[in-house]
Design a protein. Structure first.
Ligand SMILES: [Zn+2]
Length: 400
């Protein structure tokens, strides 16, 4: 027979673990800490109380790795280190199921144990028996392993389900990208920014294709916009849109320097720098619907966005490697950056503003060129380059 106060203490351990489960959900480590303190507090109680106290604790312990992993993934998601993928959704669902099971099992145990009934949790009770020396580990190992094995198998299976497709986030992503396409078109259209000239577009294409073809990059879907903006700048927008300002074309000493800037921007797109950062920043406001003035503001925001130094260095490294592979001499690109750092002769160098440390970047680029370079071939002939600049100049002065 179990004494009433004993039954009450034992039942309380489940109630406390319930409080911990709910309260500790955001920070599983608190959960663990409180459970351990609780366990040591109850160590001197009767065997019945101690046994149930331990069962409540072990039940909690099993949840901690699952909950903590989810917490870290969520932090990663919030800070842009990972995406909302199938693994995350699957893990979350298994975690919710386990926590719900623990919740129900704890309520049931609290009620039954209060009545003096000895509730033994499947797969967990043998661990408790072994921990408290009621039964050897040899006998406990097999049943004790059942729960972890089931959890691991469930995790492996559930995280493989294409949840994001099931939950239509991919559709939302597609919708977002389509909206961004509209927004860019709208912003460029509303202040007659974009230069729509097939000859100039194909020259720009030629430069990009040279880099893409040599490096087997899929650039067919990328869209290049030549824009009447005299600021020295280029930008990568979500959805494979590239903005090339007229100011950049006029400031570049030759087509190879322009190719370097374009290779750098391509790298931002190819390495996924744009997608993560920009989509998070502007994604919501785009999906909420935008008015024309807002679309221009958003567009400006996208164009002026700068990346962190690691991303910039990564983009520079890729740019140099791609240029070398395409037999385009990166020296011109490096010199161009160095000249932007001086600032002096150039009016508005947004490129230097969004890309700080141009001098240092130039040196790193020169460093990365192989000692035995391939035979360099200019990306455009001098005639092509001059023709391109003259056509652009004619369009820009005509509209000013
Ligand atoms: Zn950049």
């Amino acid at each position: 027979m179990i004494a009433d106060d004993e039954a009450e203490s034992a039942s309380n351990s489940y109630l406390l673990s319930l409080v911990l489960l709910v309260g500790g959900a955001p920070l599983p480590i608190l959960n663990l800490l409180a459970s351990v303190i609780f366990y040591f507090g109850a160590r001197r109680s009767s065997p019945f109380v101690r046994w149930h106290c331990t069962q409540a604790l072990v039940g909690q312990l099993l949840l901690i790795p699952v909950n903590s992993t989810f917490l870290w993934m969520t932090i990663g998601l919030l800070f842009g280190q990972r995406e909302l993928d199938d693994f995350y959704v699957g893990w979350g669902l298994v975690m919710l199921t386990l926590n719900a099971a623990e919740l129900i099992a704890s309520i049931y145990a609290a009620i039954k144990v209060r009545q003096g009934v000895d509730v033994r949790w499947w797969s967990i009770a043998p661990i408790v028996d072994a921990l408290l020396g009621r039964q050897g580990w040899g006998k406990s190992v097999a049943p004790a392993m059942a729960m972890p094995v089931i959890v691991v198998v469930a995790m492996a299976a559930v995280t493989r389900v294409p949840w994001t497709a099931v939950l239509h986030t991919e559709k939302a992503q597609g919708r977002l990208e389509a909206k961004i396409d509209d927004l860019i078109e709208e912003a460029l259209e509303s202040n007659h920014q974009s230069v729509r000239d097939p000859a100039m577009e194909s020259t720009l294409r030629k430069v990009v294709n040279r880099i893409c073809d040599a490096n087997r990059l899929e650039c067919v879907d990328y869209r290049l916009y030549l824009v009447r903006d005299m600021t020295v700048n280029a930008a990568t927008l979500p959805g494979g849109h590239f903005i090339v300002n007229a100011g950049l074309v006029f400031a570049a000493p030759d087509a190879d320097a322009l190719a370097g800037v374009l290779a750098h921007e391509l790298a931002h797109a190819e390495r996924g720098h744009v997608r993560g950062k920009l989509l998070r920043e502007i994604g919501l406001s785009v999906l909420m619907g935008t008015k024309a003035e807002q679309s221009i503001l958003l567009f400006r925001r996208m164009v002026s966005l700068s990346y962190d130094r690691d991303m910039e260095s990564e983009a520079d490294r890729s740019a140099v490697d791609w240029l070398v592979e395409a037999k385009v001499n990166p020296t011109s690109f490096a010199n161009f950056l160095a000249s932007l750092a001086d600032g002096g002769s150039l009016p508005l160098t947004a490129l230097a503003r969004t890309h700080p440390g141009s001098e240092e970047r130039a040196l790193k680029i020169l460093d990365r060129i192989p000692a035995k370079p391939p035979e360099w071939t200019p990306v455009l002939t001098p005639q092509e380059w001059e023709g391109f600049r003259q056509s652009l100049s004619a369009v820009v002065t005509k509209t000013q």
